[in-house]
Design a protein around this ligand. Structure first.
Ligand code: SF4
Length: 311
């Protein structure tokens, strides 16, 4: 099946499916990721929203969405998606829904549900080969409850539950879980990492995913001004720096086969990304944590060396 890829930002779908007036924070990278995603997916969708920051988007009777929305607890969005998909399939089978009017089922979740609380139910849904899209807006912590550490929090980040101090000078000591690889081990048809700073790459990945029936994952690294302690106007710059320093690898996997879609010609030092954010400020002041910074650069370099893209 041929895929019509877009080439430039001028080709972005003009349609808006998430409207203004949401209570998300100014400069929310997750909201930008969602806005672009819904440009790609269109209006014929049902969003199954796990509890998280985007719980606040839709409060009855107000909604910023042009489509339907079902709210679930953190752990049960994939189960909710199964129910919606089953209901649609029954209606199709009985001839009560025209195939042209069929809806895509989209789980929308933050990293707390995706990496931690909802992982078991997600694994079950992938295992059952549920035909759904799964968008994780990854701001690397539990954002709407005070930025506590999640399984997506990177090594060295300060959070509400891992504040840097004399006992734990680095902040978070555990590395970020690799959700992409956890999903890949289930061998679903399509996986991708995306960024709100690379809309063309994002849209083309959704276009490509459309041809596959089954579970389709998208993880969007989403800068979060209050949690990352950054200026809201820096969101896109930071998302770009995450890619430019190699911290966030833009890639996809079709039936497990990984390819990188954007590789920086010359990687910037990881420090350029870290020093822009208050959550990493303790690595620079009052004393520069040389060993920790070196380790963080090595972790990024190791990834790219493993994929033979940094020699
Ligand atoms: S806390 Fe962060 S992720 Fe949540 S709405 Fe605010 S900016 Fe967005």
């Amino acid at each position: 099946m041929g895929i019509e890829r877009i080439k430039s930002i001028k080709d972005l779908p003009p349609e808006e499916n998430v409207f203004s007036g949401t209570p998300a924070c100014a400069g929310c990278g997750a909201l930008l990721s969602l806005r672009l995603t819904l440009k790609a997916l269109g209006r014929k969708i049902v969003i199954v929203n796990a509890a998280g920051c985007f719980t606040l988007l839709t409060i009855y009777p107000y909604t910023p969405f042009a489509n339907s929305w079902l709210y679930t607890a953190m752990a049960s969005a994939p189960a909710g998606a199964q129910g919606v998909r089953d209901a649609l399939d029954i209606l199709l089978e009985k001839g009560r829904l025209d195939p042209e009017e069929d809806l895509k089922v989209v789980v929308l979740t933050g990293d707390g549900a995706a990496y931690d609380i909802g992982l078991a139910s997600t694994s079950g849904a992938i295992y059952r080969n549920l035909d759904f899209y799964y968008l994780c807006y990854d701001n690397e912590a539990y954002g709407n409850t005070g930025f506590q550490r999640s399984g997506a929090t990177p090594f060295g980040s300060g959070t509400g539950t891992t504040p840097p101090g004399s006992v734990r000078p680095t902040g978070t000591e555990l590395p970020k879980k690799d959700l992409f690889e956890i999903w890949r081990s289930h061998k679903p048809p399509y996986l991708a990492t995306i960024s709100p700073a690379y809309p063309v790459d994002l849209i083309n990945k959704f276009k490509k995913a459309e041809q596959y029936k089954g579970p389709k994952l998208f993880i969007a690294l989403s800068p979060c001004p209050p949690g990352w302690a950054t200026d809201p106007s820096y969101t896109v710059k930071l998302a770009k720096l995450a890619v430019g320093t190699g911290v966030w690898a833009l890639k996809e996997a079709v039936y497990g086969e990984v390819s990188h879609t954007i590789v920086p010609k010359k990687f910037k030092p990881v420090e350029e990304y870290l020093k822009e954010q208050g959550r990493f400020a303790h690595l620079f002041k009052p004393v520069r944590q040389e060993e920790t910074l070196k380790k963080m650069q090595e972790m990024v370099d190791d990834y790219w060396k493993r994929h033979q893209l940094l020699l």
